[in-house]
Design a protein around this ligand. Structure first.
Ligand code: HEM
Ligand code: HEM
Length: 229
């Protein structure tokens, strides 16, 4: 039997599990009763870094990590849904067209959540680093987003997990193990769809650039506001 084929590179897999963990930890630490809001803010910065990494990896990463390889055209989506309803949808090598929409939605929702966090203020003692330079109106819009977008994210995560359950249990597709090992059974995978390696040097370079950028954004570039009493 041939060795399972590599389809998900290591940086993408690490991104996935860190992203899932960070989102859950951000949610847990956001509860004022836990008194962990400073940690919440640090996790938010980390989430921001993860998202920027994923956006760049979606352009220069390996084949199935690239947006161009999985963002579906409306026709493909329609075709896929029709086949899915008739139980004829073929197993996908990367994300399937419906799963791709979910990936994009989750990344967009957490982007909104992390960006809005930069501008808000909890009216006690914690505020995002750019809170002081925005008008009250903008602050209110950001607070509205920060308090409500996560409700949609909870829905998206629930759908994500239900979909995985459906594919694994009903359609008998192997999805979870590949998100850990990177490998899927090689039977129906062409050579051109197998990735040769995880582009680790490129990933390391991007991680350093993103870390420097986020540090600049949330530490070095933060406006100093003088307070008068
Ligand atoms: C807060 C929790 C989670 C979030 C926010 C999340 C988010 C995501 C995202 C953004 C992707 C796309 C990966 C990429 O292309 O970069 C993804 C894919 C995936 N996730 Fe999660 N995830 C979560 C929890 C889980 C859990 C608990 C499991 C396993 C039971 C799981 C299994 C998978 C699998 C198998 C894929 C690949 C799906 C495919 O083959 O198309 N996720 N997830
Ligand atoms: C992964 C990213 C993030 C997630 C998932 C997240 C999630 C949340 C949630 C669910 C709440 C509770 C909202 C409510 O009580 O209705 C909250 C509150 C809060 N978040 Fe975030 N957040 C993130 C990033 C950030 C960032 C980057 C900052 C600041 C730089 C931040 C600062 C705050 C503050 C100060 C509060 C308390 C606000 C208040 O009670 O008015 N968050 N966050």
């Amino acid at each position: 039997m041939s060795k399972p084929a590599l389809v998900w590179d290591l940086p993408l897999r690490v991104f996935h599990w860190l992203f899932a963990g960070t989102v859950i930890a951000s949610w847990y630490t956001s509860d004022q009763d836990h008194d962990l809001i400073e940690l919440h803010i640090q996790l938010g910065y980390f989430a921001l870094g993860l998202i920027i990494f994923r956006l760049l990896w979606g352009v220069v990463g390996t084949k199935h990590a690239r947006f161009i390889s999985f963002v579906p055209k409306p026709k493909q989506l329609h075709h896929y849904i029709k086949n899915l309803k008739q139980n004829r949808a073929p197993a996908s090598i990367g994300h399937n067209p419906l799963g791709s929409l979910m990936v994009i939605l989750m990344i967009m929702l957490i982007s909104l959540q992390a960006i809005s966090g930069l501008f808000i203020n909890d009216d006690i003692y914690s505020s995002g680093p750019y809170n002081a330079i925005v008008t009250k109106d903008i602050e209110q819009v950001m607070a509205f987003l920060h308090h409500h977008v996560f409700d949609y994210m909870i829905g998206a995560i629930a759908l994500h997990l239900l979909a995985i359950f459906y594919y694994v249990r009903i359609k008998k597709e192997t999805l979870i193990v590949p998100m850990i090992t990177g490998r899927k059974p090689a039977k129906h995978i062409n050579d051109s769809d197998v990735i040769k390696h995880s582009k680790l040097w490129l990933a390391a370079f991007i991680i350093i650039m993103v870390t420097v950028f986020v540090y600049w954004l949330v530490v070095l570039n933060v406006p100093i506001v003088e307070e008068y009493y």
